[in-house]
Design a protein around this ligand. Structure first.
Ligand SMILES: Nc1nc2c(ncn2[C@@H]2O[C@H](COP(=O)(O)OP(=O)(O)OP(=O)(O)O)[C@@H](O)[C@H]2O)c(=O)[nH]1
Ligand SMILES: [Mg+2]
Length: 426
């Protein structure tokens, strides 16, 4: 209200600093936005009943024919009149962004008056003001007392609640709530008192055991993932391996997969074994570039990652394989959880297949090159989540935080023995 030079009668309202307020009001008008006004009693000597929306001998008769029976309406309409005096400002609506009453440390600042003001404001605001009857928007200040606020002592006392969260005073709606909560607590207490103590002990024990079970189940679920992820470029032999692991058969070959193979089973090679054998969850993520995002979805649940490399066709694919490997080794989820990685050099049944030692060395070299070129790019463009290897040293897999093992074999002919063996070691 400090921006209004004159507010009595309300129709005389005019902004005291027109060079500041006029452009603001015009801007709001052109955007169809309301002017927010904080409406407080600023004259401490004004009739309390008039300020509290209570029956009072004070009324303000405006020469425009409107009569005011409370201070709030008079102040809001003084703001309206001030906005109307700005060209185009007649269209600007007024929203009361703050209004309230202190419960202590000021004239008329009592819990009763604060309760009365806020409740009467809530009851009244739906009617609007004499100048603009109908719904209007207003916000009560404030939810909490502000015990560290500077200024007058009364400034700290506008809250409906104390800072501790206990009710300082309450509007009727809040009273209802508090009363209802007290009734429920009372009913619960008297029910407990009526029960024989043994029954209470049993109930508490049942609740405790249930909570314990729920916590243990969720811990077990989250702490022991058993998903083996088969990853690598297209054509490496992942799907063949998936079938070998599950069925002990290559199913007469495969074609490029466009869907994941996803199953939980006891490894075929372990079916004959005695004792308790745990099934594993195996996901075969196709190497097709379009399906690569699927890998990000499954990696967080992985207990182990098998990276399948085509040992026969290695030279033409090694750059792409190294890039794929680099992405996995720099994934935060993979590194943080120290997920072990098995590089499986597949198709060693072919005489032209490269050895695992050669493949390991070449992959390390390629990853080293990638690391250098990516470090050269400005750091803002780098998407790696984790830095790879030791700075200043040529990269090799032993520098990784994850355990990286290299193995070789032929999924097509050897029943995936090496992979089966590797997978069970995870
Ligand atoms: N010689 C030989 N061929 C194999 C071996 N494993 C897989 N292949 C062949 O390699 C080709 C690709 O195998 P897939 O298992 O379909 O390859 P993939 O990794 O699943 O490929 P995408 O599904 O495209 O990602 C198929 O023709 C297989 O028969 C192997 O150990 N030896
Ligand atoms: Mg496949």
């Amino acid at each position: 209200m400090d921006t209004i030079a004159d507010s009595s009668p309300p129709s005389a309202g005019v902004f005291n600093n027109s060079s500041v307020m006029e452009p603001i009001v015009r801007f709001l008008a052109s955007n169809g936005s309301p002017l927010l006004a904080n409406v407080y009693r600023d004259d401490q000597h004004i009739d309390l009943s008039f300020a509290l929306f209570q029956p009072s001998s004070t009324t303000v008769s405006d020469p425009n024919g409107l009569t005011y029976t409370n201070l709030f309406d008079a102040m809001v309409d003084a703001v309206r009149a001030s906005a109307e005096k700005v060209s185009g400002g007649g269209d600007v609506d007024i929203v009361v962004s703050e209004s309230g009453w202190p419960s202590a440390d000021g004239r008329g600042a009592t819990v009763e008056n604060a309760r009365a003001y806020n409740q009467n404001l809530i009851n009244h605001v739906g009617q609007g003001t004499p100048k603009k009857p109908g719904q209007m928007e207003a916000y009560v200040f404030a939810m909490f007392n502000e015990n560290h606020k500077n200024g007058d002592a009364t400034e700290k006392k506008f809250g409906l609640f104390n800072p501790s969260g206990r009710v300082g005073f309450a509007t009727r709606a809040m009273d209802e709530w508090v009363r209802q909560a007290e009734v429920w607590v009372g009913q619960a207490e008297s029910w407990i008192r009526q029960q024989p103590p043994e029954q209470i002990y049993v109930a508490v024990a049942v609740i405790a055991v249930t909570i314990l079970l729920l916590v243990s189940v969720s811990c077990l679920k989250s702490s022991k993932p058993n998903t083996i992820v088969l990853s690598g470029l297209s054509g490496g032999g992942k799907t063949i391996l998936f079938y070998q692991l599950r069925d002990g058969s290559s199913h007469q070959g495969t074609v490029t997969s466009m869907e994941q193979n996803n199953d939980t089973f006891v490894l075929h090679s372990e079916l004959e074994r005695n004792g308790k054998i745990k099934p594993v969850h195996v996901v075969d993520v196709p190497g097709h570039a379009r399906l690569k995002p699927k890998l990000d979805e499954v990696l967080p649940q992985a207990a182990g990652i098998v990276f399948v490399v085509d040992a026969q066709d290695f030279l033409s694919t090694m750059q792409a394989a190294a890039e794929y490997m680099y992405d996995i080794l720099t994934k935060a989820t993979v590194v943080k959880k120290r997920i072990p990685i098995l590089i499986f050099c597949n198709k060693t049944d072919k005489v032209t297949a490269h050895s695992k030692e050669f493949i390991k060395k070449q992959l390390e070299k390629e990853i080293n090159k990638l690391r250098e070129s990516r470090n050269a790019i400005s750091s803002a463009d780098i998407t790696d989540e984790v830095k790879l290897g030791n700075p200043g040293e040529a990269f090799n897999f032993s520098q990784c935080q994850n355990k990286v093992t290299v193995a070789e074999g032929a999924g097509l002919t050897e029943y995936g023995y090496v992979v089966t063996h590797g997978a069970t070691r995870f």
